[in-house]
Write a protein that binds this ligand. Sequence first.
Ligand code: HXC
Length: 278
Amino acid sequence: FFVTLRMWRVVLKPLVLGGQYEYILVEKRGENKNVGFIQLNRPKALNALCDGLMKEVGQALDAFEVDKEVGAIVITGSDRAFAAGADIKEMQNRTFQECYGGNFLAHWNRVSTVRKPVIAAVNGFALGGGCELAMMCDIIYAGEKAQFGQPEILLGTIPGAGGTQRLTRAVGKSLAMEMVLTGDRISAQEAKQSGLVSKICPVDQLVSEAVKCGEKIASNSKLVSAMAKEAVNAAFELTLAEGNHLEKRLFHATFATNDRKEGMTAFVEKRKASFQDD
Ligand code: HXC
């Protein structure tokens, strides 16, 4: 009996392991099952982001992106760790040639190209690539005991998935420099003060609060939410004049949708809008 690698991966592994994914748990949450939910699930390694895990996150995001029911996505870890970074054991013996030649970690970028809104629910450690993964999301909620850091410098390297860029934009130069140059972590409270996270929740309520936020977002027009997300993200890429121009054009574009008509008509008729995503 001959089992090819592909047969093992595609047919046997999911059967043996009882699901499509090895490193993550994936389901739909919320009353209307309209919030895509991804839980990083390598608890013994504090959710270290090995290649296989990030590939699976990409696959789950692809599936949610085309799922017409899903209007928002939550990514979370465990109470102890959102993710303690890229997998150091996997990186330990890599050469420059392998990193550069194979464009190491390029596929992580999938998280930042999702068009549906993504919320990171961070309990425990969000370090290195873990902090960067959270920052690729659109909204970060933190549990009271969360800790954020970019400790790569202590390993003789630097952040490689947006840490020097997104952290600096989120918290400003001085704190970002301090974190990147010392490897020191900040608490959930400091992260809130500096604008990295938008809400702090008790540890045991974090996930349900994030899902609630996802449900709120999913109850709006998915089409118009995508435009809103595109416009906010443009603030990081464009000049103020270009950004305002894009915003105005997208605002005009909402007038081509039935959802815009429904939203304003519902207001005038003093009823709740029922968006159809068209
Ligand atoms: C691989 C990791 C890991 C990681 C933890 N583990 N972090 N394995 N890669 N990033 C493993 C440990 O080896 C250990 O497994 C188990 O998880 C528990 O970790 P402990 O260290 O025993 O736990 P604790 O003493 O509570 O300390 C927790 C911690 C520490 C402070 C989070 O684990 C830590 O400092 N981790 C590394 C954090 C880090 O440097 N992150 C940046 C990575 S570089 P075993 O089997 O050994 O007991 C990075 C680069 C990004 O992210 C570049 C672009 C993406």
